[in-house]
Design a protein around this ligand. Structure first.
Ligand code: IMP
Length: 191
């Protein structure tokens, strides 16, 4: 089976990717190729950051790989936290702190519209490709659910009345930003 590195060590993302791509590809994490680098995410766009991560692995390890970058864009906050979503409350990448800050910034906002966007960058046979996925929804007033990760407890997609953290992995995958981008990747790879 062909191997493809997914430039992440996030267990939730790996599980999501293996569900979508795992029947035709062996998806390998950074840890599994012995990469412990803290890959810098310094680009001003999701696509730019996804490409930085994919190129990092391709340049150093010579392996085919893909990488993703996601942002939560909130209308009432002019698109924030956006590309800064992981570091919204500071450099610690602390999801609980990020969510707390988001709910506090949103406290007096009636407009709760938001969307997640994901860019997936693939490097295959030295060629670069980018796939995008998006899901629209609203920011809830209180967190709900224990599944998933990141901002899942406060994001309610339009397609369902419950938060991402209240959905099982398959239900989230079917409509999520990353699920949609990964499905485009899967469709491309099966051509
Ligand atoms: P990353 O680019 O995937 O590292 O994501 C950036 C930020 O968005 C991190 O704070 C993640 O926790 C958050 N994030 C990414 N994907 C999801 C998701 O599927 N649900 C909720 N939060 C997410």
């Amino acid at each position: 089976m062909k191997r493809l590195v997914f430039a992440t060590n996030n267990a939730h993302k790996l599980e999501e990717a293996r569900k979508i791509l795992g029947d035709r590809l062996e998806i390998v994490s950074l840890e599994e190729i012995g990469c412990n680098d803290d890959i810098p995410e310094t680009a001003p766009t999701l696509e730019g950051n996804a490409l930085i991560k994919a190129r990092w692995i391709h340049d150093r390890y010579g392996l085919d790989c893909f990488a993703d970058d996601t942002g939560l864009m909130v209308d009432a906050l002019n698109g924030a936290p956006g590309v800064m979503s992981a570091r919204y409350a500071g450099p610690a990448h602390d999801s609980a702190a990020n969510m707390k800050k988001l709910l506090s910034e949103m406290e007096d906002k009636e407009d709760r519209r938001a969307h997640f966007s994901t860019a997936v960058a693939l490097i295959l046979d030295d060629q670069e490709y980018v796939f995008e996925g998006r899901v629209d929804g609203v920011i809830s007033r209180t967190p709900a659910g224990t599944q998933g990760f990141g901002y899942d407890p406060v994001f309610i997609p339009d397609e369902s009345g419950i938060s991402f953290a209240e959905m099982d992995a398959d239900a989230k995958n079917a409509i999520s930003h990353r699920g949609r981008a990964m499905q485009k990747l899967a469709d491309f790879l099966s051509r």
